[in-house]
Every structure is written in C-alpha cells, then in structure tokens.
Design a protein. Structure first.
Length: 451
C-alpha cells in the first residue's frame, strides 16, 4: 500500500504526457555532446559538484534514453522504495502504528511534487534511500560500517541528508552511551568530513545565491501549511495544531512536574528533531521551502519530521478511539494525496507550453541566420516551466533536432536590446517574439532603443 501510493503521482505523470523539464534537457545533452565519460565527470565534479550524480545520470539518461515515460516509471519506483525504507527505519524509533501512518503521509504529502515529477531529481531520492536504509541497518542490526558507507554515498548524491545522518548516529549512541561512544565517534567522522567537502565545493555557495537563512520564513508554509495540505485554509488550521503540539511536547518534557514523556510526546519530539535536522542544510544555504513548483524539492528531507509529527497525533487519536481515529487518519491521507493532482496538472501544462513553443520555433526560425533570442520567457506561474534557464531551450533543440540549433536562446527575463548586441560578439542578433511570432533583426548597439 505504501509503495503503490508513493508511485502513483509519477506513474500518472507518465500517463498524462510526461516530458523532460529544464535541467533534464541540459543533463541529457551534456552526455550526448561531450560523451558519457567526460559528461559524467562534468556532472559529478563541476556542474552540481555531487560526485554520485554522474553515474546516476548515465544510467538514467543514457540507458533509458529520451523516453520520458520510462523516466516517470523510474521516479515512481524510487519514490516507492524510499517510502518503504522510511517506514522500516521509523519502526525502530516509534510505534509500528505511528511508523505506518508517517510512511503513508510521506508517500502522498503534496509539498514535494518536484521529487516525483522532475526526473533530474532522482539523485535526491537515491540519497534519501541511502539515509533510510543506513538508519535501519544501524538501529536494527548495529551494522555501523555498512550504515556509514550508505550515509556517505547518500551525501555524495545530495548533501541535504547530512544533518539527519548525524542525528541517526547520535540516537544510536544514546541507546548505550558508554559502549557506543567510540564507534559513534568513528562513524560520525567520515560523515562530517564528506559533508564539509560537499559544502565547500557546492555550486550553491557565493555568486547570486541567497545568504544563509534568507528563505527561512518559507519553512512554515512549505512544511506545515499550504504546501503540506494543498490549501491555505487547511494549512493555517493544521499549522496551529502542529505547532501547538510541538510546543506542548517540548514544554511538558522539560518541566519537572512531568516524570517522563508519554508516547505521543516522545514521538512528536523525535519528529521535531527530524524536521529541524532535515531543514537545516537547506535553511543555512538560503534555499526556499516552496509550496509548489520546482523549489518544493527542498521539502523532501524535512518531510520526514513533519510527517512523523502528524502521524504521532493521528496515532494518539486512534489510541483514544479506534473507529474515530481510523476515520480521521484516512481522511487526512486522502486530503494529502488529493494535492498531488494539481502537481501533475502543473507539470503537464508546462510540458504542453514547452512543446508548443518548440513547434513554432521550428516553423518560424532559421537558426543559420545568426543568434536567435526568444522572448518573452515562458510564464511559469505555477513555479514550473519547461524552459527556465537561458540554456534550456538551446539544449532541448540540440538534443532533439540537431546541433544547428545551438544559436537559439531563451533568457529567463526579457533582456535589453543593447545587452543582447553587446553579448553577441558581432554576430547578427534576431529577436523572436513568441507571442506575435515575428522575427526582428536588432540594430547595432548605438541604434538600440533604451527600452
């Protein structure tokens, strides 16, 4: 049940007309243009600077090729695997009922649509699978070496799991502080070292990247509010409930009048710790926790915590009244799952807009005449567009229609005429207006209008 629910959005995307989006074109074209070995090395050590992504992209984009439906099946399979591993790992720290409810919520929660529908995010899922699998092996079987190896591979695929991996090691140590102190320290060392290296070489550092904590104010909406529930009203109500539960659990645990945390308080506290650790790398990097669109990918790891907090409250409701709790839990899972419908629609519409643009460019533009700049950019009102960066349309045309289309670009924002001419290095520049379907030769820099 967990696996099927987790896979459904990706499979539905495949049936609805799945296609590449943005970086998908760039990654696939990189491997075609530069060859598998050089392309994989570039993807691993220069572009995303995550060494494990190169081998994954070779397997995905070379073995599956330009077949989006197969990529959708792969994403569905990865989501199913991750949800199952999350369920199995959580059973080692919370009750079986809470673990089941948390895994079900994680499988369907709609605030991470990009990790189901954007093929280039496969390494993020591999990273989380390594984290959950390593956590199970460490907590259940004490397999320290294997668990640490999985943590390291996961961090090399995406560094966002690093803080949760450290938290898992810390939890394992706390179960037997004296006997496990040394192996825990040895286990933590490579995790800390590889995380430090990943952060130092991260392409997200410096440049135009936002500063640390720049988007921390988006955490509430993305993790507990509208992004989680797919509705502003439900999100506002649920945020109050979840924050109140977390505050109550923390306060009653530290107050001396309470001898020890109850089951629900203990599980809520564990969920809060997972949420904080999962969000920390993204918050420190200034990444947003979006409610929809491609940046909702940053909700993937923190969802471990928010889903566990929700599951702890649902499990407590079931303990109080099994019939009522079962109805409430079922309604919650259904509401969460329904939010994925909008994600599939957004991505389907983005693919259709992109396909329509490519058709008119192929019909109206001769790429041999000079540099072609397509304006205005695609709207992306939902946070999703098939062509987002300047290189996206270029890579798509070259990948599917030949290298002669290398001169066609589509800036993210409509540029000034003088800037286009200055960047052309003397090559003729033509502005293609995709709305009016007109191709306009730009004058030289001196004659360019200011607008």
């Amino acid at each position: 049940m967990i696996a099927v629910l987790a896979a459904i959005p990706s499979i539905a995307w495949g049936l609805a007309g799945a296609d590449y989006l943005s970086d998908d074109f760039w990654v696939a074209h990189e491997l075609v243009a530069n060859g598998v070995l050089e392309g994989a090395m570039n993807l691993s050590f220069e572009a995303p600077a995550r060494p494990a992504v190169g081998p994954y992209y070779v397997l995905a984009y070379q073995v599956l090729g330009d077949r989006p439906v197969l990529h959708a099946v792969l994403m569905g399979s990865l989501n199913a695997l991750v949800a199952l591993l999350v369920w199995r790992a959580l059973r080692e720290v919370v009750t079986s009922r809470t673990a089941l409810l948390a895994a079900l919520a994680f499988a369907v929660v709609p605030n991470r649509g990009a990790t189901r529908l954007w093929f280039v995010l496969g390494p993020n899922l591999v990273s989380l699978a390594c984290l959950a699998g390593g956590a199970f092996l460490l907590l259940r079987r004490g397999r320290v070496g294997t668990a640490v190896a999985l943590f390291v591979v996961g961090i090399l695929a995406h560094e966002g799991i690093a803080a949760v991996a450290a938290l898992v090691i810390g939890w394992w140590w706390l179960q037997d502080r004296r006997a496990r102190l040394r192996p825990a320290a040895v286990a933590l060392a490579p995790v800390a070292a590889i995380t430090t290296v990943a952060l130092l070489v991260s392409p997200k550092r410096g440049g135009s990247s936002p500063g640390p904590l720049a988007n921390l104010d988006t955490l509430g909406a993305g993790q507990l509010g509208a992004g989680f529930w797919g509705s502003d009203l439900l999100g506002a109500i649920a945020m109050v409930v979840l924050v109140a539960a977390a505050t109550w659990s923390i306060a009653t645990t530290v107050l001396p009048s309470f001898r020890g945390p109850s089951t629900v308080r203990r599980e809520v506290l564990i969920g809060c710790a997972l949420l904080a650790a999962g969000a920390a790398p993204f918050a420190l990097g200034g990444a947003p926790f979006a409610v929809r669109g491609i940046f909702d990918r940053n909700n993937l790891v923190p969802d471990l915590g928010s889903c566990l907090v929700l599951a702890a409250l649902l499990a407590a409701t079931v303990r109080l009244s099994r019939p009522l709790g079962t109805v409430v839990a079922t309604l919650v899972i259904v509401v969460l799952a329904a939010g994925n419908v909008q994600d599939v629609r957004d991505y389907r519409d983005a693919a259709r807009e992109g396909d329509a643009l490519v058709e008119i460019v192929l019909a109206d533009v001769d790429p041999s005449v000079g540099r072609i700049v397509v304006v205005p950019p695609l709207p992306g009102d939902t946070g999703v567009a098939q062509f987002i960066l300047d290189s996206d349309l270029n890579a798509a045309l070259q990948l599917r229609h030949g290298p002669e289309w290398a001169s066609v670009r589509m800036p993210a924002r409509t540029p000034r005429c003088a800037d286009l001419v200055a960047a052309s290095a003397g090559e003729p520049v033509f502005l293609y207006d995709r709305i009016d379907r007109t191709l306009i030769p730009l004058p030289d820099g001196e004659a360019c209008p200011d607008g």
